[in-house]
Design a binder for this molecule. Structure first.
Ligand code: HEM
Length: 395
């Protein structure tokens, strides 16, 4: 199959065809294990000893990527992962997140005040809102956000061919992203040095002062922290805001229910997260011979837990293709599971809740204007729209 921008529906049917080979099966072409079932993906993500997040063996050495990886704890295993995650968790507490609510509401209102009755949701709100929030938290100038967008577009814009071996695909992608990595590292190093010289109240200044086992973090370690937070901290929430409006357009009855009972909005957002999972898959490497869901995985083999497929596993979700704002519980794996469970989930949920509440409250109708103009990312990499023209009518 050629994969220049396949649709989300094509991606879903590829996954369901794949599921026919078993919830856990080996793919000779990609040389990896696909894990499609919910209990099986949960089992892989729960066992960090048997399934490592350190994928460095899969890619060629590259100085800029190596620098970025030094503090990028999403790709680390215990005990190193725990040390760094604990440090960021201390600066990124539930209190810090909850206190952001008024600022998120203020920004949403300011951004929507600038548009008239036709606008692009991504440019006007879904992109700037989360990026300004995370940039302010990190003390990075939010005015540089078009630069961050360029970086994220390159990092996430790699078209993935499901028929290509993973090692080969990741080497190709690495060559394409190398210049951006270089630019990002230089930018972050500059920012960290200026905070070391002149600390403020932001997260970067806290990381600069923080100690792990009595030692300060090196500037080079903080680079990966900031990069992870900045990129993971906005692009996925941008995706979720866009995916919410796309889902609302597809399910007008559900939106009518949410308008009647705004208390249903959090459950509607969970359903969007389940059905349009921004990161469709994760990756691990087996450290030992292990059995999962009948598959005998050998040490050193690559394992891909497909979050999109797990979130549509009929054994866990009744009528998995139905958008149901009353679905409780909704144990989707969109934020991962286990020790790497998304640190930013409370922030992402808060941003989505505040922004969508204000959007629905402000406008009586929110319609996608011209579906042919909607642009999608490659769903193998990320499930998101990058262009979403809307026509709205004030309430
Ligand atoms: C809807 C929005 C989001 C989605 C779908 C999402 C998804 C994920 C997933 C699936 C993981 C697990 C990765 C793995 O196990 O390999 C993860 C980890 C992480 N996310 Fe998010 N994320 C979102 C928003 C955010 C935000 C807003 C932030 C930061 C402000 C953030 C920061 C992180 C960090 C730091 C990790 C690494 C945690 C660790 O390795 O211990 N994410 N995210």
């Amino acid at each position: 199959m050629t994969t220049t921008r396949p649709t989300f529906e094509e991606f879903l049917s590829w996954l369901e065809d794949s599921r026919r080979h078993g919830q856990v099966h080996f793919d000779d072409m990609q040389q990896c294990w696909h894990v499609l079932g919910h209990p099986e993906a949960t089992a892989v993500l729960s066992d960090a000893a048997a399934f490592s997040s350190d994928l460095s063996a899969l890619r060629p050495r590259q100085d800029d990527l190596d620098l970025f990886q030094r503090g990028n704890f999403v790709n680390m295993d215990p005990p190193q992962h725990r040390k760094l995650r604990t440090l960021v968790s201390q600066a990124f507490t539930p209190r810090v997140v909850a206190d952001l609510e008024p600022r998120i509401a203020e920004l949403t209102t300011e951004l929507l005040d600038q548009v008239d009755e036709r606008f692009d949701l991504i440019d006007a709100l879904a992109y700037p809102l989360p990026v300004i929030v995370i940039a302010e938290l990190l003390g990075i100038p939010a005015s540089d956000r078009s630069l961050f967008r360029t970086w994220a577009d390159v990092l996430l814009g790699q078209d993935i061919d499901p028929d290509q071996a993973l090692g080969e695909a990741s080497a190709q992608a690495l060559t394409a992203v190398a210049p951006v990595m270089h630019e990002m590292n230089a930018y972050f190093l500059d920012h960290i040095r200026s905070r070391r010289a002149d600390p403020g109240d932001d997260l970067t200044s806290k990381l600069v002062r923080a100690e792990v086992d009595g030692e300060r973090l090196a500037d080079e370690e903080i680079v990966g922290f900031i990069g992870l937070l900045l990129i993971a901290g906005h692009i996925t929430t941008t995706a979720t805001l866009g995916n919410s409006v796309v889902s609302f357009q597809e399910h007008p009855d559900a939106v009518a229910e949410v308008r009647d009972d705004p208390g249903l909005l959090p459950a509607a957002i969970e359903e969007v997260l389940r059905m349009r999972t921004p990161f469709p898959r994760l990756a691990r490497i087996a450290t030992a011979d292990t059995e999962v869901g009948g598959g005998h995985i050998a040490a050193g083999q690559v394992v891909i837990p497909w979050l999109t497929a797990a979130n549509r596993d009929g054994r866990v979700f009744a009528e998995p293709s139905r958008f149901d704002v009353h679905r409780t519980p909704n144990p989707h794996l969109t934020f991962g599971h286990g020790i790497h469970f998304c640190l930013g989930a409370p922030l992402a949920r808060l941003e989505a809740r505040v922004a969508l509440r204000l959007l629905l409250g402000r406008y009586r109708d929110v319609e996608v204007a011209g579906t042919e103009q909607v642009e999608h990312r490659n769903p193998w990499t990320m499930v998101a729209v990058t262009r979403l023209p809307l026509a709205v009518r004030a309430a």
